[in-house]
Design a protein around this ligand. Structure first.
Ligand code: TEU
Length: 550
């Protein structure tokens, strides 16, 4: 068993976690202030989104200096204090490494612009086509062409994300050495985890060509050379330690590649985030659409990744939420009528699977999408670009607002709801993003419901530590084609666990397998404890797990 198999990781989005200065934005001291809260929850590691110097065009994913702290988040001393204090409380930090691109405000890009050849080779610069059009027809993930003019040189630079996020040229050994230095810098401080942003995109081909689909993803995602680059980084940095946890963020990867990235024998990463299960409410694969989630598809994907990664000895990061996703309660459940059941059922589904669970701030207290009234309430760059594009495509304001309300990344970036007091106790100033209206009932301090949900999370976290079957047992789905239930079995040499989750607000019947009718006991559930019977009647959004000794 790998050391990290019984760990649970908490994601704190520093800008929205806790403000200690009154400027309306969260900071590192805010995370430090809340360490007792996180220790009490029982998590082992805290993933912090980027807090490095940055113009904040993409909330810190546009890094201007990898080895610094942006003054808006505090100082390097604050970071050191946070790290030391977290360790005292038995927790480690996981840092976000955005190594695919830098901000165009980064010194390297600025020097490149000033004409320094050395730094021009740090980026991906190309001549336009003979007819003067972009070097390729690739599309940026945030909309529009993936190329922008490189000052007045006549050349273009590649940006798979925003124009202010220039892709680095990993084929250049000097770039790879710079990246090694960055990772070492944080390792030497005592950081024990790294989340590598879009790391499966770092391997671009030498020759860049037009995409037959007019988009280009397939030409730069999961290239074999990306694996080589990751192996090299591993060998030169975190691979030299035996207690570092790494997770690669994999934009639309495959199980086959997922295994390569995370099988310990490959010496790449500890685990990966894959996103296919969070696209089951994309109509025709398009994000900016509204569609009820496709439950059968969701189960198919979860099952494929669970079984596939297990067969190939890969390891999944398990999650419903992060800073790029709408809140799962709003998306997959009914937070209005069944807030407790929804939150706990979703949590249990993930926490009892094979992999490492991630909790995104606020998930543990039942936070939801904010349902803003105005387009001006949104600040995310992807949302703003989408707004512009949808407008250009002739959508009316109301339609656009409806879809943005469901899908915007700001849905999860709202301030953490600490208390029923003004601005949810997040700040004494004006919060940078509006606090959802439900903070008076959904909050850490006085929210009864929030407390109940959090207690449930605590139990789930502890179960992973108590039962090896949860942290490392095998996985097998049962009755996968059930209309409203996702059920699975976990097994190791000592125990078997049966987990049954009702994903709908209606009663659902589950035919319990014969061998479970005797000798099984209740492990955890979001309804009063009861015994297994042949035909188990699950209440709306009920989740229930049983355990059997072998
Ligand atoms: O996200 C990568 C990514 O693929 C996103 O485009 C994601 O799919 C999208 O936000 C969902 O609509 C990472 C970071 O998590 C994200 O916050 C950054 O904006 C992005 O990389 C660029 O660094």
């Amino acid at each position: 068993m790998e050391k990290f198999h019984d760990k649970v990781i908490y994601q704190a989005y520093p800008k929205s976690f806790k403000d200690t200065t009154g400027n309306g934005m969260g900071d590192l001291n805010g995370v430090r202030e809340k360490l007792p809260y996180l220790a009490d929850l029982g998590v082992d590691m805290i993933w912090l989104n980027p807090f490095y110097q940055s113009p904040q065009n993409d909330n810190g994913y546009d890094v201007a200096d990898y080895c610094s702290v942006d003054p808006m988040f505090g100082t390097m001393e604050d970071f050191d204090d946070l790290l030391a204090e977290a360790k005292k409380r038995g927790m480690d930090l996981m840092l976000d490494m955005v190594l695919n691109h830098t901000s165009t405000a980064h010194e390297w890009f600025q020097k490149a612009l000033a004409g320094e050849k050395k730094y021009q080779d740090y980026y991906i610069l190309r001549e336009p086509k003979e007819d003067g059009s972009y070097p390729t027809n690739w599309v940026s993930k945030f909309g529009g062409p993936a190329w922008a003019p490189f000052a007045d040189t006549g050349k273009y630079y590649l940006h798979l994300f925003d124009e202010t996020q220039a892709d680095l040229n990993w084929r250049n050994p000097e770039v790879r050495e710079e990246m090694v230095k960055v990772v070492k810098f944080w390792l030497e401080k005592g950081v024990k985890g790294f989340r590598f942003d879009v790391i499966n995109l770092i391997g671009k081909d030498e020759e860049l060509i037009d995409a037959t689909d007019g988009v280009g993803k397939y030409l730069y995602t999961d290239r074999p050379i990306a694996h080589e680059f990751i192996r090299e980084l591993n060998e030169k940095t975190y691979g030299q330690y035996d207690d570092i946890i790494t997770v690669g963020e994999m934009s639309s990867t495959t199980v086959e590649n997922g295994i390569k990235y995370s099988n310990p024998e490959q010496n790449e990463l500890s685990m990966i985030f894959s996103f296919h299960h969070l696209k089951v409410d994309y109509k025709d694969g398009e994000k900016w659409t509204i569609m009820p989630f496709d439950f059968q598809e969701l189960k198919k994907i979860l099952d494929e990744w669970q079984a596939g990664m297990s067969d190939g000895n890969g390891w999944n990061a398990l999650f419903w939420n992060n800073h790029d996703q709408p809140r799962s309660n709003s998306r997959f459940g009914d937070p209005k009528n069944y807030p407790f059941e929804t939150a706990t059922m979703l949590a249990q589904t993930i926490h009892l699977l094979r992999g490492t669970p991630y909790i995104y701030q606020g998930e543990e207290i039942g936070m939801t999408n904010p349902n803003y009234e105005n387009i001006s309430d949104y600040v995310d760059i992807e949302t703003k670009n989408a707004y512009r594009e949808l407008k250009e495509n002739g959508w009316d304001e109301k339609e656009i607002l409806e879809v943005i309300r469901e899908k915007s990344r700001d849905n999860s970036r709202t301030p953490m709801q600490w208390a029923e007091s003004e601005h949810a106790g997040f700040t004494t100033g004006e919060p940078w993003l509006k606090v959802p209206e439900n903070y008076r009932t959904i909050n850490v301090k006085s929210g009864k419901l929030s407390n109940e949900i959090r207690d449930y999370y605590k139990q789930l976290i502890q179960l992973r530590k108590e039962y090896a079957v949860i942290s490392r047992g095998t996985y097998r789905a049962i009755q996968l084609d059930h209309a409203s239930i996702y059920a699975y079995l976990r097994e190791d040499e000592r125990h078997e666990v049966l987990v049954v989750n009702n994903f709908y607000g209606k009663i659902a019947l589950f035919e319990v397998p014969e061998e479970w009718l005797q000798g099984a006991s209740h492990l955890i559930g979001n309804h009063p404890e009861r015994n297994l019977e042949k035909s188990l009647e699950l209440q709306p959004y009920e989740t229930i797990a049983f355990v059997k000794k072998k």
